[in-house]
Design a protein around this ligand. Structure first.
Ligand code: AMP
Ligand code: MG
Length: 470
């Protein structure tokens, strides 16, 4: 399906949309550039009431069906099916997501040992010991350090000095700490009783051989890296985080070190997008500013396709004369997944695919681009990173004031979420324009008002997406 600019161009595009009724339309060649089932379905349902000419006019005016947010989210996540796996040294795996279950091949600890420096004893021998009635035990031999095999055994009335990590001698079932003991030549006085098992770390009490200690699809923390080390595992399989190419388009854009004049805008989108990619846990490549020129846009997309798994293009996806991103992608025979979502901000959001790689046409407006990244790109990155949990946590919160809101499309309100006495509340950042980036600096949550919601009353309780710290 092309971007339809003239009445004539419309014919093949519309016929494609209507491909299953194409048998009724003879003598016209169909140009089919990719899957676009939702457009087709929407048209098909309405086929009886909308004739081709009406449809072509709607198309030209950009009024042709926008897909709902939930559908767009699903199509984005479905645009990738295969996740890539890499085997790597455990320290390099930090922050990545495991692509295998880890089964313990040893008990940890592998032997019963002392948790403290002190004396290995038989708990029953020191029952009732206290400051006024210390119990005397005979030292049975030299001290047991950590890391040394011991064949020692103690009988009732005896004890052995033992260090933290030292192997418990046979017969002993507790450790009295050094501070509760007074040494007296070849014997000790114990001033405090201990229970059986006190200050002893038993074999397998941390990890039992055969247990699944770390599960696939969970991220690796410093503690998980430590567990892998303690099990003697030096390399693990993880999901490879995607590499994201960031392209910004617009004749008005200038580099950030350039002086502004009245008609120019410093490029902030490539910075916010790259920063968002990095905070999502993936890597980015920036391709600088690209003018509104099909050949230049194409050159950059082609280069980015070689170097990345996902491409983000900001600007140039709506209906303006200089919005050439979709034309370029059509020219490149990219598969259109969707164009235009019934949402505010971010209506022109577009998704194409080339060689299995998703290419997002993101809006140019600095807030819209960030919101689209949050709602669509970040979950896809997380899917590719191997996470089970793709979306931001939802927090039930109460609206501190009314929100004017239009029915018929999803609205993403940038809000300030706060916790007062254990209850969550949200309020507007006070700045609403899609170009006002400072609203995103203030926002720590996004409230999604669904299409059927309309005006939001003060006191409305709903779930908001927490995107930052409280
Ligand atoms: P467009 O979607 O190309 O029509 O752009 C919409 C608005 O976003 C315009 O006002 C642009 O100046 C602005 N814009 C586009 N790209 C960027 C960018 N990289 N950084 C900051 N603003 C941008
Ligand atoms: Mg533009």
């Amino acid at each position: 399906m092309g971007r339809l600019q003239t009445e004539q161009d419309n014919v093949p595009g519309l016929l494609y949309l209507l491909s299953d009724v194409s048998s009724q339309v003879t003598g016209t060649e169909l140009h089919i550039s990719g899957g676009c089932n939702h457009f087709y379905a929407a048209l098909h349902d309405n086929l009886k009431i909308i004739n081709l000419i009406t449809v072509s006019i709607l198309f030209k005016q950009g009024l042709f069906p926008m897909i709902p947010v939930e559908e767009a989210k699903r199509l984005v996540l479905d645009s990738i099916s295969k996740l890539e796996i890499e085997r790597m040294p455990i320290l390099e795996s930090l922050g990545r997501v495991l692509a295998q279950d880890i089964k313990a091949t040893d008990d940890i600890p592998v032997y019963d040992n002392s948790a403290m420096d002190g004396y290995a004893v038989i708990a029953n021998d020191v029952k009732g010991a206290d400051e006024s009635y210390p119990v005397r035990l005979v030292i049975a031999g030299g001290s047991i350090p950590a890391g040394k095999l011991t064949g020692k055994k103690i009988d009732p009335g005896y004890c052995v000095p033992i260090m933290t990590g030292g192997m418990m001698p046979e017969g002993a079932d507790a450790v009295v700490i050094k501070e509760d003991v007074q040494r007296d030549g070849k014997s000790i006085l114990v001033f405090r009783e201990v229970m059986k098992g006190e200050n002893v770390r038993y074999r397998g009490e941390d990890i039992k051989k055969g247990d699944i200690v770390l599960r696939s699809h969970n991220s690796l923390s410093p503690a998980s890296v430590g567990v892998l080390a303690s099990l003697g595992i030096s390399r693990v399989k993880t999901f490879r985080p995607p590499v994201i190419g960031v392209i910004v388009t617009g004749n008005e854009l200038i580099e950030i070190n350039k002086k502004l004049n009245k008609a120019k805008v410093r490029d902030s989108n490539s910075y916010t997008l790259s920063a968002q990619v990095e905070t999502a846990g993936a890597r980015y490549n920036r391709y600088g500013i690209v003018a509104d020129d099909e050949a230049l846009i194409r050159k950059n997309i082609e280069k980015a396709l070689k170097e990345n798994d996902i491409i983000l293009i900001s600007g140039g996806t709506s209906m303006g004369e200089y919005d050439l991103v979709r034309d370029t992608l059509e020219e490149m025979n990219a598969d259109l997944i969707f164009w235009r979502v019934s949402q505010k901000p971010g209506r022109p959001l577009t998704l194409y695919r080339i060689e299995g790689k998703p290419i997002f046409g993101l809006p140019g407006n600095p807030v819209s681009v960030m919101v689209c990244f949050e709602m669509y790109v970040r979950p896809l990155i997380r899917k590719m990173m191997g996470f089970n949990e793709l979306f931001r946590p939802l927090i039930k919160a109460e609206a501190l004031h009314e929100f004017r809101n239009k029915k018929g499309r999803t609205s993403f309100a940038r809000v300030v979420l706060e916790n007062k006495d254990g209850k969550y509340f949200f309020s507007s950042t006070g700045i609403n324009g899609a170009g006002m980036l400072t609203s995103m600096v203030k926002a720590n949550a996004i409230a999604c008002f669904p299409p059927d919601m309309g005006y939001v009353k003060k006191g409305t309780i709903m779930e908001v997406h927490k995107i930052g710290c409280l």
